[in-house]
Design a protein around this ligand. Structure first.
Ligand SMILES: Cc1ncc(COP(=O)(O)O)c(C=O)c1O
Length: 423
């Protein structure tokens, strides 16, 4: 039976370094629909073994950063040691063609032209490229929500101070399950001075999914471009560009793609490329070229090249299976805790409005104290949420998470509900 390496060899595209993916995921996902595969523990045990995570702690903050499978770690290390040993310009010459292959792989997964994808360090860099790169004059307005990621709000604050623009923030209900009233709120905030709409695909505070396509359509109606913060969705849920139709989209690949830390991509719809200024000015001849957003001087390329391995790992499992498994893991802890007194879930249970991230609160228990107790006493990692609109802890299992780890977590929470946090 031909292997992946034989296949690439036939295409004249043999990888520079061997891949470890075959030993880990030799077996194809089992037969069946994604929901039944999501419950097939022997399949997921094989996937769990692809990770080298420290099992003395329970990582339930995968929305922060997911672990990188061993096959990806190896490719980063191999490319990095190659880079240490040859002059940089040769390293660049050899690896640049692989960089273009990564671009094509990402474009294929996102469903756009590879001429619309720039590789970046993370979501923040992609978002800020758009936020800082769009021409704005004093009095111009940006419409967004009250639950965007703080770094993006800081970026607007800087433009408010430097350029005297205005930011309009729509309060999002927690949870938000009424698309029509949200669209009405956006409509009501649009004025002749609105220059951009910015929204999260998934809000990091609660895991709330927002109706990006409908918001993008509203933007189109008014001739206003829409910028989407996709940090939490690429690699976690099954969608392509067709389902969003926005003008700009930025994400990190060290989250749900489980790629190398410090990688991401920015999608810029073709007609916007020439008018968007890069964060670091590039040669004039690159003005209409997506590569102008990557012209950031000398940097290590190894982690970017290893994105190919993360994509291969991701594609081998399949996004539909991955999404179903991640949703199932949420269901497992949620079914244990939600019926209990004093638990308040702040995330919609409707699949159109949420996926695997969810935030809950124990009435009367401070979220930061709970986070500290979970870590200091039980080595369980969660994210505390302290925002005017929502308080609690956010739980986000990953593909490496076992059902046993989830039941250890729910046992501790049940104990806290009964006896409080020991002083
Ligand atoms: C919605 C959202 N946007 C942006 C970011 C920032 O991601 P990064 O630090 O990878 O740039 C995060 C990180 O958790 C996030 O959840």
């Amino acid at each position: 039976m031909p292997t992946r390496r034989h296949f690439l060899g036939h295409l004249g595209m043999a990888p520079l370094f061997p891949s470890l993916i075959e030993p880990f995921t030799q077996a194809a996902p089992p037969e069946g629909d994604p929901d039944s595969i999501a419950r097939n523990e022997s399949y997921w045990r094989e996937i769990q073994s692809a990770f080298t995570v420290d099992r003395s702690l329970i990582h339930l903050n995968n929305g922060g950063v997911c672990p990188t499978p061993q096959c990806v770690q190896r490719v980063i290390e191999d490319h990095q040691s190659y880079a240490y040993n040859v002059p940089f310009y040769m390293h660049r010459r050899t690896l640049k063609p692989q960089w273009e292959r990564v671009r094509k792989g990402i474009a294929h997964a996102f469903g756009c032209s590879s001429e619309e994808i720039a590789l970046t360090r993370n979501t923040s860099e992609g978002m800020e490229t758009c936020q800082m790169g769009i021409d704005l004059e004093a009095g111009d307005e940006i419409v967004t929500t009250d639950q965007d990621y703080p770094r993006m709000l800081n970026t607007w604050n800087q433009r408010i101070q430097r350029d005297r623009i205005a930011l309009k923030q729509i309060p999002l209900p927690v949870p938000m399950e009424n698309t029509e009233s949200l669209l009405d709120a956006f409509r009501a905030h649009i004025t002749p001075r609105t220059r951009l709409i910015m929204v999260c695909h998934m809000v990091d505070l609660t895991g709330q999914l927002l109706p990006v396509k409908e918001i993008a359509m509203l933007g189109k109606e008014h001739g206003i471009p829409v910028l989407v913060d996709g940090a939490q969705t690429f690699g976690q849920i099954d969608f392509t560009y067709e389902d969003l139709q926005c003008d700009f989209f930025a994400t990190s690949l060290h989250k749900w793609l489980m790629g190398p830390p410090g990688t991401g991509f920015l999608f810029v719809k073709q007609p916007h490329i020439s008018s968007l200024w890069p964060l670091m000015p590039a040669e004039e001849e690159l003005k209409a070229d997506i590569r102008k957003f990557e012209d950031v001087g000398t940097q290590s390329m190894s982690r970017f090249i290893a994105i190919s391995e993360a994509l291969a790992f991701h594609n081998r499992i399949g996004i539909a299976h991955k999404e179903a498994r991640l949703r199932y893991l949420r269901q497992c802890w949620q079914d244990e805790l939600i019926p209990l007194d004093r638990i308040r879930l702040h995330t919609s249970t409707h699949s159109a409005f949420s996926a695997s991230l969810a935030t809950f609160e124990i009435e009367g228990i401070d979220s930061t104290l709970l986070r500290d107790y979970l870590w200091n006493t039980h080595r369980i990692v969660v994210r505390p949420i302290n925002h005017p609109a929502v308080q609690g802890i956010r739980v986000s299992p990953g593909l490496q998470t076992t059902l046993r780890e989830l039941s250890q977590f729910t046992d501790v929470i049940k104990h806290v509900i009964q006896f409080g946090i020991p002083s």
